[in-house]
Design a protein around this ligand. Sequence first.
Ligand SMILES: [Zn+2]
Length: 233
Amino acid sequence: MRKRVSVFVLRPRPGLVAVVLCLALLLGLRGGLAKGRLQQALAPSLFGVSLVIDAGHGGADPGMVGGAVLEKDVNLAAARCFAEYCRAAGAAVTLTREDDAALSDSKRADLEQRVAITEKAQADVFISLHCNSFVADPGQHGAQVFYAADNEEGRRLAETMQRALSEELGNTERTALPHADSYLLKNIDCPAVIVEMGFLSNTAEEEELASPDYQWELGWALFCGLSDYLTGS
Ligand SMILES: [Zn+2]
């Protein structure tokens, strides 16, 4: 049975909320973000949420390779930005990896480890970050979110996150889709998605994905999507 995100009973503590708001405002200003959107998204809805952020690949497994950019590096950088916003809003965040290392020598065991970390964290939400590549058509671009067809909450999470990515980044018209075959999505029971943040096979998008400014924008857009999902907006 799929796990649903519970409704959290909040006991607002003005001092703590003020600290969180200040920190988040600082983070938002760093990314050049609209103050209104920032404050709207900073409802303390992430208090009590256990979130697992999975930076895809790592170590000997680079994932997709652009001209000079490795997917594993973009995934980790964006995961750190995303995690920072979520922690500022009160979530308990677990990163499946904190540095450039695979979780095991074999691909299968690596993926099993990511599932085990998610179970141990008793995750309410699992979000795996990746980059796409399609060298046959270098014009392909834009972030896209995938979910398991039999995970209804995963579908709602994916659609909400896709909408936030479209609104915040303004550069993707893609829609959320069920993933045909993902070990992670098949084996993780909580609401779970894979976010393909863009195409390394597109020269302009590759340059953006490798840019720290854009990685902060990605982190913010992902945070907005998660916040919208948890608040049902
Ligand atoms: Zn990948």
